[in-house]
Structures are given as C-alpha cells and as structure tokens.
Ligand binder design. Structure first.
Ligand code: DAH
Length: 342
C-alpha cells in the first residue's frame, strides 16, 4: 500500500470516528470543513495526488474520490438526522400547527368609573349641557361659603373635610364649580361638571375617602322645578332603561330651595323590596333643587330675574347600581379580575 493510500485510509477512519460522536449541526459543519473544506484533510490529499508515481495515479484517484463520496454521504445522512432532532427556525415555522387555538391577548379598557362618567356626560351633552371643570384643591369660600354654608353651619358636618389650612381644602363635592362658572358667565348657562371629590370618612363598603361626582345646573329666566324633573327623568331612563320608576322626595341642601332627592325603583327587585333597597323598593341616586337666591346673590345674578336648578350625583353609586356591585372599595383596588369584567 502506498503512503498516499495509508494517509487516505487513516483520514477516512478518523473522520468516521469523529462523525459518530457529533450531535450538533454546528459541530457537524466544523467537522465537514476539517475534512472536506478547501484546506481539509481529504481535499489536501487529493491535491497531493500529483506527487504519487504516475502509473498508480488513476487507481489512487479513483480510491480518493470513493472515500470523499463516502464521507460526504455520511455527512449528509447525519445532517438529515440532526435536522429533525434540532430543527432550525424555518423548520420550526414549517411545523407550526395552525389548528391550535390562539393565545388570548388582553386589550386595555377604560376603568368602569371612567366609562360611567363618560356615559353620564354624553347623555347630558345630548340635552344641550356643556362640560366645565374646577380644581380638586378648593378654597373654603367656593366649597362652602358661597354655597350658603356659613362657617358654623351644621350642614358642614355632613361633609367631613380634609383641610389643608383654615382656608384651603380638598373639595367635598363638585358644587363649587357652579360658583366658579356663574362668577364668570351670564345666563343662560347649562353646565355639567364631572370631577373627583374627597371626604375624611371611615372607609367601608359604602363610602371611600375619594370618589367622583357629576354636578349639573341650568340658569335662565323662567327655569322651573318641572324642567328639573323632566331633565333628570330623561337622564335616568336613558341610563337605566325606559321602564324604571322615578320619584322626588323633599330634602335639604343649603344651596337649593326647595331641595329634593331623586329615587329610582330598585334595580334589583323592581320596587318589590329586597336587601339592596332595605325593603323600601326605592334607591336614592342624586340630590337636586332650585338654586337658592342667596347663591345667586353671591355670584352677582339678580334672583328677581333668573331662576335655575342644580343637581349632583355620585358616579360610584350609579356604577354600583348599574353593575350590581356591593362594595365601593373594588373600584380602587385595581384587581384585574374585577376590572376585566367591564
Ligand atoms: N353637593 C351635594 C353633595 O355632595 C349634592 C348636590 C345636592 C348637588 C343638591 C346639587 C344639588 O347641585 O342641587 O352631597
């Protein structure tokens, strides 16, 4: 056996042994370069063939090509095997099972309070009201004094207040927006004022230290209590459905005279009496009344010329009734299991 043949056989044996150990495509490719690449062992041997004695060259050349083909064959086979065990990106895409159910992606949503807030605004906007806003941090003057709550008035007790100092506080209701708007504008004014309010109350299922109200009012010549009843009834029927019963009960607020509270027939028992309405058949949803002449004087409107109505409602309360939620704190815990339902 010639030296050339020895070397060839040796390379063949070595390549076969090494190939048997390879279990990654990457290693396989390196090994292929080592033997069959441009500077690979077998390629180099073939190049050196011209140094062999002339008469043995054809036989050696044939042998060398056989060895080369054989090794290439093993490489190919091994490559196919590894390709299945270790699929490439493209292969994985080919295996994609289109019949599998898709993964659900969650889309963001508005908070239920924002949704109800927007719904309330939309209904009043449709009846000709414009939106106005006021600051969360208010003065005692706008929150109380100008609304006819003098300093020592017991009605202030109904609204436990977060004071920042003697004159500055977190507004306890959205009614101060009435004053701010009326100071700047002459009638007719027809306003809806949504916003956040704050009260220093014990937190429980029914009350929270921060909540939302929507205030509304209309001032013009000849505005009557009948207008108020008409507008609020239309609002309730739009929000809770046409068949809902409504009623107005006399009440007291310092800034309205006469004052009323509006009830709707219990959304749960439809007026028959249940735990939700405490067997009364009715649920209170807002406070309202004709704007007190004292308030008009405070903003420079002539009470002999103008009349107006006002109303204020709690957005959380309305959302709770509409969605059947029994604990106000749920709105503020941001538990996704709760929020995803809306
Ligand atoms: N501001 C009152 C409150 O927070 C609600 C209210 C009652 C607003 C009567 C009004 C109204 O505009 O006329 O309890």
């Amino acid at each position: 056996m010639s030296k050339f043949e020895d070397k060839l056989r040796e390379a063949q044996k070595e390549a076969q042994e090494e190939l048997a150990k390879v279990d990654k495509i990457k290693d396989l490719e390196e090994l292929k370069a080592k033997y069959l690449g441009r500077r690979g062992t077998i390629t180099s041997l073939l190049k050196n063939l011209k140094e062999a004695p002339e008469e043995s060259r054809p036989a050696l050349g044939k042998l060398a090509n056989e060895v080369k083909d054989q090794i290439e064959g093993i490489f190919k086979e091994r490559f196919e095997e590894l390709k299945i065990q270790e699929p490439s990106k493209e292969k994985r895409a080919e295996f994609f099972d289109y019949t599998l159910p898709g993964r659900k992606s969650w889309s963001g949503k508005l908070h239920p309070i924002t949704q109800i807030n927007e719904k309330i605004i939309e209904i009043f906007y449709g009846m000709g009201f414009e939106v106005a806003k006021g600051p969360d941090v208010e003065t005692d003057h706008y929150n109380f004094e100008a609304l006819n709550f003098p300093k020592d008035h017991p009605a202030r007790d109904m609204q436990d207040t977060f004071y920042i100092d003697d004159e500055i506080l977190l507004r306890t209701h959205t009614s101060p927006v009435q004053i701010r708007v009326m100071e700047k504008r002459k009638p007719p004014v027809r306003i809806i004022a949504p916003g956040r309010c704050y009260r220093h109350e014990a937190i429980n299922a029914r009350s929270y230290c921060c909540f939302h109200q929507v205030e509304g009012f209309y001032v013009d010549t000849d505005v009557t209590f009948a207008d108020l009843k008409g507008v609020l009834s239309a609002f309730v029927w739009e929000l809770f459905g046409k068949e809902v019963g409504v009623r107005f009960r006399g009440s007291f607020f310092p800034f309205t005279e006469p004052s009323a509270e509006m009830d709707i027939a219990c959304v749960n028992c439809k007026g028959k009496g249940c735990g939700l309405c405490k067997y009364r058949g009715w649920l209170e949803i807002l406070g309202a009344g004709m704007i007190d002449p004292e308030v008009f004087k405070n903003v420079g409107y002539d009470p002999e010329v103008y009349t107006g109505y006002a109303f204020g409602m709690g957005v959380e309360r309305i959302a709770m009734l509409k969605y059947g939620i029994d604990d106000i704190r749920l709105f503020y815990e941001n538990d996704l299991r709760f929020l995803r339902q809306f």
